[in-house]
Design a binder for this molecule. Structure first.
Ligand SMILES: Cc1cc2nc3c(=O)[nH]c(=O)nc-3n(C[C@H](O)[C@H](O)[C@H](O)COP(=O)(O)O)c2cc1C
Length: 175
């Protein structure tokens, strides 16, 4: 099973990206996770570009298309979904790749509930298989990617991640 883990943060030392990287490192056998964290490379969506898709967008759509499911983790910016992530979702909405794709949320902060509510509304609109009940939240604000990798390898966190991934894998397999 191939899962695409999309970070809404383009920050090089992002805690959300580090959380997704830890999932990749800890994924149970049979689950491959590809982490995508450079949504800043996508041009701003315009319906005018839909029939002449830019190369970066085609590569992104291809990643989504090849994934059996998506894990999204994002910071809150100004009480909202960061522009880069919303822009990526806008590209998906004009296409077929996201419809019916299993999607789940993870979050690397104890804050950001307004963004989470908004992202839940958006993702449940664009995919008929957004998992409302499955959610992994690990507060990691202020930690470095190195600290996060070490922390999440410790048994309590590793177990949480393992359960989350197995639960999502069951949802994905339950087509
Ligand atoms: C432009 C900007 C706006 C932000 N706005 C909020 C906000 O509205 N609420 C909040 O809780 N944190 C806000 N933050 C803090 C980030 O959400 C927080 O640092 C997050 O953990 C960063 O995620 P990352 O480590 O994955 O980049 C903001 C940060 C930036 C850079």
């Amino acid at each position: 099973m191939r899962l695409l883990a999309i970070s809404g943060s383009a920050r090089q030392r992002s805690t959300n990206t580090a959380l997704l990287e830890a999932m990749k490192a800890l994924a149970p056998d049979g689950i491959e996770i590809v982490v995508l964290h450079r949504l800043d490379r996508l041009p701003v969506f315009s319906p005018d570009l839909e029939h002449d898709t830019p190369a970066e967008v085609s590569a992104f759509l291809d990643h989504v298309s090849r994934a059996d499911g998506l894990i999204v983790a994002s910071p809150e910016y100004v009480h909202a979904v960061p522009g880069g992530l919303k822009n990526a979702i806008d590209w998906l909405v004009s296409r077929f790749e996201i419809i019916g794709k299993p999607v789940v949320l993870a979050h690397a902060s104890h804050r950001g509930d307004e963004m989470l509510a908004s992202l839940r509304r958006i993702l449940s609109t664009v995919s008929s298989r957004f998992s409302q009940d499955l959610f992994l939240r690990i507060p990691l604000i202020g930690k470095t990617p190195e600290d996060i990798a070490a922390l999440l390898r410790t048994p309590p966190y590793a177990a949480q991640i393992d359960t989350f991934l197995r639960d999502f894998a069951s949802v994905v397999a339950d087509a």
